[in-house]
Design a protein around this ligand. Structure first.
Ligand SMILES: C[S@@+](CC[C@H](N)C(=O)[O-])C[C@H]1O[C@@H](n2cnc3c(N)ncnc32)[C@H](O)[C@@H]1O
Ligand code: SF4
Length: 405
């Protein structure tokens, strides 16, 4: 999934002129990833607040690819010469793209970018759009990791979640994905409407039975401006969902999948390189409607957000006059500590303390007060060489992150 960091709303004053503090330059630039947003889905799920739109009868593939090329060409000067370590095709539902369109898209990325030969190339796919030949075609074009939006293996739940697929289709999609690529992630959610601990365990055991190397297990949240926010379903209480969370971690641990981030579990060596780069405050270029990006230069760090509406983004991209395609703003030194910690503390093992200076260009001294405060309250590990939540801090992660605001 795409990680979204709150960005100043359109129209708010940009932070122009605010450079990172004098002398706080970045000596080396972080690893660079690329995120490509495909905005269409068969239909909108009632819990989803992603920039996804029910597809017209036919996806405007030609117009989309032309706009993506224009978007990428205009972005190239900001990443000249840099190697790209991973690509993530997210949505929306990228598996709605025809194999020919996907092939053209990846060919375009390869032609324009300095793509690392071993780059992780992930594509999100909805089991309701999986066809036997498609995954093999995607793999032949270069996709080497598939991320399937399973959510649950219970037909009644899938219906409540408004999913377009059944449990049987989920099973078939996993088997097809495993035949096509070595690396498969399953997205699941827990604390679903009316779900009890037994129901959660049934999903969990089913997920484990496929032996995939990576699972993303999200707590269902009621996001503003969704159908579920307007008509909230009955959800498990906090104690039940906490018991589910504990059961998930314990069961997956037994199956050899270690929790390494709030919602991510992986076998050794199978962590998502792309998502790790977000959490380690790496750089990412985001292209496509609504895509977010974070790019470092030696004297500043910039955040970008592309126009959200697919038609407006396509029109602005092909105009190629540089105007209104993305909102860009420099991240001020007063924001960097929180932005860094917001990401880094999501990692169960945290990050080396030296990464703060490396990625923000600021001295660790900028964090000394909240670090001391959080450590004395037992929310951070006492090890001064790492920035890492303690077991207590992990339980109250939002409070801990807010201490760096
Ligand atoms: C962009 S979607 C994945 C691909 C595809 N669109 C699909 O749904 O099959 C990313 C994932 O975010 C998770 N997600 C979306 N909305 C959520 C919510 N409100 N609460 C928790 N997880 C959510 C789902 O597990 C979903 O698979
Ligand atoms: S298919 Fe995925 S992106 Fe599309 S609406 Fe459903 S959860 Fe959101």
């Amino acid at each position: 999934m795409a990680i979204t960091i709150p960005i100043r709303p359109a129209g708010a004053a940009p932070q122009s002129g605010k450079l990172t503090p004098p002398g706080a330059t970045l000596t080396s630039l972080p690893p660079l990833s690329v995120y490509v947003h495909v905005p269409w889905c068969v239909r909108k799920c009632p819990y989803c607040d992603f920039n996804s739109h029910a597809a017209p009868t036919e996806i405007p593939e030609r117009a989309y690819l032309d706009a993506l090329r224009a978007d990428l060409e205009q972005a190239l000067p900001s990443i000249w010469g840099r190697q790209v370590i991973s690509v993530f095709l997210g949505g929306g539902t990228p598996s709605l793209l025809s194999p020919a369109a996907l092939d053209e898209l990846l060919g375009m990325l390869r032609a324009y970018l300095n793509l690392w030969p071993d780059a992780e190339i992930t594509m999100e796919a909805n089991p309701g759009t999986a066809e036997a030949g498609r995954f093999l075609d995607y793999a032949a074009s270069g996709v080497n990791r598939l991320s399937l939006g399973i959510q649950s293996f219970d037909d009644a739940q899938l219906k409540k979640l408004g999913r377009i697929h059944t449990a049987d289709q989920a099973r078939a999609a996993i088997e097809m994905a495993q035949r096509a690529v070595d690396r498969v992630n399953l997205d699941l959610m827990f604390a679903l409407p009316g779900q009890d601990l037994d129901g959660c365990m049934r999903d969990l055991n089913k997920a484990v039975s496929y032996g995939t190397e990576h699972l993303s297990y999200y707590h269902l949240t009621l996001e503003p401006n969704t159908v579920f926010a307007k008509y909230p379903p009955e959800l498990p209480d906090d104690d039940t969902s906490a018991a589910m969370q504990d059961a998930i971690e314990e069961r997956l641990n037994l199956a050899g999948l270690q929790r390494y981030e709030v919602s991510a579990y992986a076998k050794p060596g199978a962590r998502s390189r792309h998502n790790l780069n977000y959490w380690e405050f790496g750089d990412y270029l985001g292209i496509g409607p609504g895509a977010h990006g974070k790019l470092s230069f030696h004297d500043r760090i910039v955040r970008e957000a592309r126009l959200r509406n697919p038609e407006s983004w396509m029109a602005a991209a092909v105009r190629r006059d540089g105007s209104h395609l993305a909102e860009t703003r420099q991240v001020g030194p007063e924001e960097l500590p929180f932005e860094f910690m917001l990401n880094a503390l999501r990692l169960k093992a945290g990050v080396p303390a030296t990464l703060f200076e490396e990625r923000t260009g600021m001295s660790l001294a900028a964090l000394s007060r909240p670090l001391a405060d959080a450590t004395s309250r037992g929310l951070l590990d006492a090890d001064p060489t790492r920035l890492c939540a303690s077991a207590l801090g992990w339980r109250f992660l939002n409070d801990l992150q807010e201490m760096f605001l």
